[in-house]
Write a protein that binds this ligand. Structure first.
Ligand code: ADP
Length: 489
């Protein structure tokens, strides 16, 4: 009891582990994917806007610096008053600081008077590069929520660097716009992220719950509960998996029921002759002075019952062998049925003579069927034996073999007792007999037609029983498929 409980708990824990594992994987994948998209959305627009603003600043600062530089190059000498006048004439906009130096880099003019830089060398590295290399230099930066851009341009006269212009712009407006954009994107991302986590957890839980239900169903069936079915909804792959599982379980259940019935029927059939044998031997043992004739009669009965047991076990073995035989991968070479049918009829002649039954043949010699000779003999012998066994004295068995467009048809008709309409389909079941007493008296086992049906199916054909046309009796019709042309020589 304890072992069963602990096993169940163990399997439940295992299920939960798998459940959590899958759920975690699904959720983590969704979240990682969304996080990557959000990271991209958070950085790309901010960086590209910043780059765009930098480019605009570079163009305006450079053009203003160039304008100032060309104005200064027209002066005889770069002086504070000349620079001041030029500044007034040009009325440059949006500049925070303008510094003008001579060719050696000493400040001549500075709009920021509080810096007191006039007369001392300019400390801006951009200006030093511009003077030393005679090129325009632009340095953009985004610090403390503002764009801080510097541009330095040399003043040249006849190819000679005679001075330098340095412009500085501090732009907090565009800086705060960029910061707003960054803040808004971050808030949107946080909301989207929270929603994505909630949705991914919900979706992954729903998905794993369905997988868990399927897993639980498989376990229940594995533990022997073959009638268990899983609930399926929707049309996705999981729903299809559930439907397939239910179909598989139905098949398993049917097979299990057939197996149980077969085992119980087989034991019942074996028990009957064994009980008779016991009864007969007990009678012999208990009788003190049994007459020899009576004793012989009893032993004869024991012998008959033993023969019946042998017949049943042989047929059971045949059926078991057929059940477990793998399907032949090679197509079977075709066999001509006419000689095989005649051989079976020859073997049945003593029984037919004893039962006063006549065997009549209408056989097309050229027909061939995709079936081994042994299988064909098994089919013909069982059907013809039944036609004799269940016939009436003076009756006839007509065996017809003909080739049709659908295949080769073997028909075994008799003028015997017939099979009631409602039993026609059931007589192929194992151990099913219409008239038990008659079958027993005729040495029947109730397995002959099952063997016929299994053998015919293994040859790819079909068999059916129907009332004989034009009179009492039964007709068994076997249709074999046309032989595979590849195997014909
Ligand atoms: P059995 O060994 O009892 O003949 P079968 O499987 O060959 O077993 O046949 C099953 C039952 O079908 C028989 O018991 C009999 O009742 C019925 N049956 C089979 N063939 C015929 C026939 N040709 N005419 C009438 N009944 C038949």
């Amino acid at each position: 009891m304890w072992a069963i409980t602990s096993k169940t708990t163990e399997s439940r824990q295992e299920g939960r582990r798998l459940h959590l594992g899958l759920q975690f994987k699904f959720a983590a994948t969704y979240i990682l994917l969304i996080a990557a998209v959000l990271l991209f959305l958070n950085t790309y627009p901010v960086l590209s806007s910043q780059e765009l603003i930098f480019r605009g600043k570079r163009d305006t600062l450079r053009s203003q610096a160039s304008l100032l530089s060309s104005g200064l190059s027209g002066l005889d000498e770069i002086t504070a008053s000349g620079a001041g006048q030029l500044m007034e004439q040009l009325s440059l906009h949006n500049l925070t600081q303008v510094v003008i130096t001579d060719g050696a880099g000493t400040v001549v003019y500075d709009t920021d008077r509080s810096a007191q830089s006039v007369g001392i060398p300019c400390a801006w590295p951009e200006l030093n590069t511009a003077l030393a290399q005679g090129v325009d230099v632009f340095h953009p930066a985004f610090h403390g929520g503002a764009f801080q851009s510097r541009a330095a341009v040399p003043v040249t006269v006849g190819g000679q660097v005679v001075g330098g212009v340095c412009l500085f712009e501090y732009d907090a407006d565009q800086g705060s716009l960029l910061l707003d954009l960054q803040r808004n994107l971050r808030s949107i991302s946080l909301v989207v992220c929270a929603l994505a986590i909630a949705v991914s957890l919900f979706l992954s839980k729903a998905l794993t719950r369905r997988i868990g239900r399927l897993l639980q169903g498989i376990r229940t069936v594995r533990e022997g509960e073959c009638s268990h079915r899983v609930k399926t909804s929707g049309h996705d792959e999981l729903a299809q998996l559930g439907q397939e599982f239910n179909q598989l379980t139905t098949r398993l259940q049917t097979t299990e029921e057939v197996r149980r019935r077969f085992v119980s029927d087989a034991s019942h059939e074996l028990k009957t002759p064994l009980a008779s044998i016991r009864l007969l031997t007990d009678s012999i043992l208990q009788a003190d002075n049994m007459e020899e004739d009576t004793m012989r009669e009893f032993i004869g009965d024991v012998n008959q019952e033993a023969e019946r047991l042998t017949r049943i076990t042989e047929k059971l073995l045949t059926l078991t062998r057929m059940d477990s035989a793998p399907a032949s991968p090679e197509p079977i070479a075709p066999t001509k049925p006419a000689p095989v049918i005649r051989k079976a009829g020859h073997m049945l002649e003593p029984l037919a003579a004893q039962s006063e039954v006549k065997l009549v043949y209408h056989l097309e010699e050229d027909c061939s069927v995709p079936c081994s000779e042994d299988d064909l003999y098994q089919i013909a012998f069982n059907l013809m034996e039944n036609a004799v066994k269940y016939n009436l004295p003076g009756g006839t068995v007509i065996v017809t073999l003909a080739g049709t467009r659908e295949g080769t048809v073997l028909k075994v008709e008799d003028t015997g007792v017939g099979v009631p309409e409602e039993d026609l389909n059931r007589i192929f079941e194992r151990f099913y007999r219409v008239d038990k007493a008659r079958s027993r008296a005729a040495g029947g086992t109730g397995l002959g037609l099952s063997i016929v049906q299994d053998t015919v199916r293994s040859c790819g054909g079909t068999v059916e029983a129907r009332p004989r046309e034009g009179g009492p009796g039964t007709a068994f019709v076997v249709t074999f498929p046309l032989p595979d042309p590849q195997t014909q020589n």
